[in-house]
Design a protein around this ligand. Structure first.
Ligand code: URP
Ligand code: ZN
Ligand code: ZN
Length: 484
């Protein structure tokens, strides 16, 4: 089956130009000013719209067992949300219980993910340490295409790891050619501050940010960056929410360490006033870690995105319904942490980022797709529109208006943290490996058509050097592909 996407402006991380895109089967066959299509080719008229690589969100949690419950979006509803918002691939996290085999957990997650409608991949969390973990990290890299290992520096007495584990795992990842990720919050400090906050009589959601101030995140981000620098492993800091953590990342970059920053679209547009909402339900639905911050941190994050400290805007999509949030009705420490955003990510970033002039369309593509594809080593298969790339494509209507909210989203959550937000810019068509999943506001998910995407390790210095430079110097070969 061939499809010609005609008359649009093709945008990649490298630039934009008027071009047609011919899709043959699951891949892009040609990109050019006037592409001849074989008879019988289906035509999508992109007249006036942008044609961009489908979004890649490298930070989501579908049906995650967490804090005594399970996040409500599964791999089908979650990837359907993705498609409705213009995202064509997610990277979820396998999180083994302490002492559980990594390979066993990996197989469980593979099974859960079989119903996905878009493509997906997995980071592996290292939640404990021992010879078995050392060996299984190697097997995962070599045989299962897992090139990234996540470390929770918070969630004490659950999945948090100490510095000794961090150091051992970072060293192993370095030797395998993998990249490390961290959730950067000082878990011991959080634990202590939670206790103190609760004992002071603060039991509601307003206790959540009090017990996790920016310094707690900044300290952990700095520690992770410094350890990664000493060990010599690339590091990706997830959900950077505050100036202190950004400063740590910026310092490490300046010192020459290969450190990448991710922020969430939620943190760019929502501040900590949400925790003072008189409606318990609304406040509790914003409980996530790190918490929402005073608004000056948002400006710092936008600056970080514009200036290159932050390479990726993800969502950490991890949804809990009101009945689940109510587990912490009398104790904020028991409110399951997490918010959604996968369906809204691209529209919210376009509206608040591109339309305000903070970032260009190409920088938008870099932050929502291309940079993650490079950092996690699946570029140019994903993250660009070029001959041979997977036909993961979004036709983006910059003039489409949407009012965001739970009545219209495709998530199973009964709440939207974006309720009532008006945005301009939305996916008109989302195509996943040549199949249209979203068009004219209609979702056509196909259960089980999503594919697991293996991500090879960086096997030599040249490859990792390419990643390091990814954000700063467009790859010359890709640039050539766009010379008419
Ligand atoms: O609150 C959050 N972020 N929940 C999901 C788990 C995590 O920390 O990423
Ligand atoms: Zn986290
Ligand atoms: Zn997360």
């Amino acid at each position: 089956m061939n499809t010609l996407i005609k008359g649009g402006t093709v945008v990649t991380a490298e630039g934009e130009r008027r071009a047609d895109v011919l899709v043959s089967g699951e891949q892009v066959a040609a990109v050019g000013e006037r592409v001849d299509a074989p008879a019988g080719t289906k035509v999508i008229d992109a007249g006036g719209a942008y044609v961009m690589p489908g979004g890649l969100d490298p930070h989501v949690h579908m049906e995650l067992p967490f804090m005594g419950t399970v996040s409500v979006d599964d791999f089908l509803s979650g990837t359907a949300c993705a498609a409705a918002g213009g995202t064509t691939m997610i990277i979820d996290f396998v999180i083994p219980a302490p002492q559980q085999s990594l390979l066993e957990a990996y197989r469980i997650w593979r099974e859960r993910a079989r119903k996905a409608t878009t493509d997906y991949s997995f980071h592996m969390a290292v939640t404990w340490w021992g010879p078995q973990v050392f060996d299984e990290m190697g097997t995962l890299c070599r045989e299962h295409g897992v090139n990234s290992f996540k470390h929770f520096m918070a969630y004490k007495n659950a999945i948090m790891v100490d510095d000794a584990t961090l150091i051992a795992s970072f060293g192993r990842a370095r030797d395998l050619g993998a990249i490390c990720l961290v959730h950067a919050e000082n878990g011991d400090l959080v634990f202590r501050m939670q206790q103190e906050t609760f004992e002071r009589g603060i039991h509601g959601p307003e206790g959540h940010p009090i017990s996790r101030p920016p310094e707690v995140e900044g300290e952990a981000a700095n520690r992770a960056c410094q350890i990664a620098g000493v060990v010599g492993v690339p590091l990706y800091v997830v959900h950077t929410s505050c100036r202190q953590a950004m400063d740590a990342i910026a310092r490490a970059k300046l010192a020459g360490h290969r450190v990448f920053g991710e922020s969430l679209v939620q943190h760019l547009v929502i501040d900590d006033s949400v925790y003072r909402d008189a409606d318990w339900r609304r406040a509790a639905h914003h409980v996530m870690s790190p918490p929402f911050r005073p608004s000056d941190h948002q400006e710092a994050l936008w600056g970080g995105l514009q200036g290159g400290t932050i390479e990726v805007i993800g969502t950490d999509h991890c949804t809990f319904r009101t009945d689940q949030k109510a587990m912490g009705k009398d104790d904020f420490r028991k409110i399951p942490n997490g918010t959604g955003g996968l369906e809204e990510r691209m529209s919210v970033l376009w509206h608040h980022g591109v339309r305000t002039g903070r970032i260009t369309p190409s920088e938008f593509v870099a932050a929502t797709s291309a940079n993650a594809a490079r950092i996690f080593n699946i570029h140019p298969r994903k993250g660009t529109i070029a001959p041979g790339s997977d036909a993961d494509i979004v036709v983006w209507d910059p003039a489409a208006h949407r009012t965001l909210g739970a009545a219209r989203h495709h998530s199973r959550n009964d709440f939207s943290i974006f309720e009532g937000m008006q945005v301009t810019g939305a996916a008109a068509v989302t195509m996943s490996r040549g199949t249209v999943l979203w068009q004219n506001g209609k979702l056509s998910p196909v259960e089980g058509r999503g594919r697991y995407i293996e991500r090879p390790c960086f096997t030599d210095y040249a490859r990792s050097q390419a990643v390091r430079n990814a954000h700063f110097a467009p790859h010359p070969v890709e640039r050539q592909e766009f010379v008419p």
